[in-house]
Design a protein around this ligand. Sequence first.
Ligand SMILES: NC(=O)c1ccc[n+]([C@@H]2O[C@H](COP(=O)([O-])OP(=O)(O)OC[C@H]3O[C@@H](n4cnc5c(N)ncnc54)[C@H](O)[C@@H]3O)[C@@H](O)[C@H]2O)c1
Length: 266
Amino acid sequence: MADRLKDRIALVFGAGSVGEGWGNGKAAAAAYAREGAKVVCVDLNADAAEATRAIIEGEGGEAIALSADVTDAASIKAAVDKTVETYGRIDILHNNVGMNIAGSVVQATEEDWRKVMDVNLTSIFLTCKAVIPVMEAQGKGAIINISSMAAVLYTGYPYASYYASKAAVNHLTRSIAMDYATKGIRANTIMPGLMDTPHIYKQMAGYYEGDLDRMRDDRASKVPMRRQGSGWDIGWAAVFLASDEAGFITGVELPVDGGQHCMGKA
Ligand SMILES: NC(=O)c1ccc[n+]([C@@H]2O[C@H](COP(=O)([O-])OP(=O)(O)OC[C@H]3O[C@@H](n4cnc5c(N)ncnc54)[C@H](O)[C@@H]3O)[C@@H](O)[C@H]2O)c1
């Protein structure tokens, strides 16, 4: 355990993982705890939130697990209220929840489009709406929103709603950063590139007829470093952005992508 975030309170939405291993949100929650933060692990899937909490506790950290739906304002409010009731403040808001439904604008249904916008974008509007007043009263807070390199690159798949929602996350975060720059609240975006997380085995394996070695090799070949990242790469970037070391950094989009953004293509 280190102490870059000693006694900070981190509220992580999407702190579970869709499969065994370390997803971006699960690793971020654990990384915050390893740096001394007390972590509120929130997930739609109560078991996934509890699994992350148990790991943190097993490592000697402190965490609680809550179930909430980031598309539902009342559910978010209950999680925020519980956090404030338990710990009295919120120093870090981490928005990890994101999903994808494939389809060009013609292929996707209106329902698919609205669902992706709700889960990826409106969720961040709602969590920030609930948490920023708490941070404003404290005069301090750090917001980390997880977007994607797909916010700025066409990745080769027909993901119209995903691209649009993640691009909007980037600009929404800039807008929050500017609206609260004088209030001690910083807001930054992390854009993960090609990450080897449980998420991709659910989301991408179909494009490779389930040939997971081919999927891993193909994804790695697109990265200048010739490897995929891990959830920990996102977690440690989030720790930095949440820490006082990043105290003069707000409104940035940080690619964590092995250099892929330099290529200007996915
Ligand atoms: N893995 C990659 O290659 C990659 C690349 C770029 C961006 N991303 C982004 O990273 C984020 C996800 O990463 P991960 O590895 O943690 O994924 P994950 O799917 O393993 O974890 C997301 C968690 O969010 C929870 N969740 C889903 N809907 C929810 C809701 N409505 N309310 C509350 N919780 C909900 C899920 O139960 C899950 O535990 C997304 O924003 C995604 O767009 C991932």
